[in-house]
Write a new protein. Structure first.
Length: 243
């Protein structure tokens, strides 16, 4: 069966979008399922069309491409990101968001080909039989023993000084594992990064309340503490929570 990769192109310049779409349409494996001219539109279409890859410009209106990339990383199954921009000075920062590649305008056909081939190799490897099995239990080292916790029992996790705190209904655990690494381990479960220091089980969310400066607070089932939600994540969180 021919590999199919679902792609969305995000760029506020129509001519640039058309140029990139033209180059990508040369590949049978690429299906362009959506395009957007700003971050807000991109978020809406991403949730609707669920592309595998987003080709993303840096300057796309009020919400920058880097801000959008940060938000996409909070998704349960984030798409791969290829930055496609006229600004070479953002390359180092862009790769902090695990970008597959960084294409510069005007687009070079050979460079686009290298990017597409890299994507094809990555997806072929992922979609082979016997791929990685989703996590069943989270292993937490505690007092020279290993405790196994079901992801469904976790209410939320947060970073505190040099530790990550994992809060369940029954107990609180402390681990040296960074929050980003924990997020990757739980990526096949219903967890959402609401803040740079907080990871929440969205099945436990009961209420979302405005706080200040566009930020919100979450109320979780069985939790008295309020969980902060950064304003950049509010809209995406609401879309994941609402039918």
């Amino acid at each position: 069966m021919l590999l199919r990769i679902r792609v969305m192109v995000v760029d506020d310049e129509p001519l640039s979008r058309e140029e990139l779409k033209h180059l990508l349409n040369a590949y049978q494996q690429i299906d362009i399922v959506a395009e957007a001219d700003c971050g807000e539109s991109a978020l809406e279409k991403l949730l609707r069309f669920q592309p595998d890859v987003v080709f993303l410009d840096i300057e796309i209106g009020e919400m920058s491409g880097l801000s959008l990339a940060e938000m996409l990383q909070q998704l349960k199954q984030p798409p791969r990101i290829v930055f496609a921009t006229a600004y070479p000075n953002y390359a180092v920062e862009a790769f902090r968001y695990e970008a597959v590649d960084y294409l510069l305008k005007p687009f070079d056909e050979a460079q686009v080909n290298e990017t597409v081939m890299r994507l094809i190799r990555q997806f072929q490897k992922e979609r082979e039989p016997f791929s990685e099995i989703p996590i069943r239990k989270l292993a937490i080292e505690e007092d020279e023993r290993i405790v196994y916790v079901s992801p469904h029992d976790i209410l939320y996790c947060y970073r505190e000084t040099k530790e990550t705190v994992i809060v369940t209904k029954q107990k609180t655990y402390h681990t040296k594992v960074p929050l980003k690494e924990l997020e990757q381990k739980l990526k096949d479960n219903l967890f959402f990064r609401t803040h740079k220091s907080y990871l929440v089980n969205i099945e436990k969310v009961e209420q979302l309340t405005p706080w200040f400066n566009g930020a919100y607070q979450l109320t979780l089932t069985g939790v008295s503490d309020k969980i902060p939600v950064s304003r950049n994540y509010v809209k995406l969180l609401r879309k994941k929570l609402e039918l």
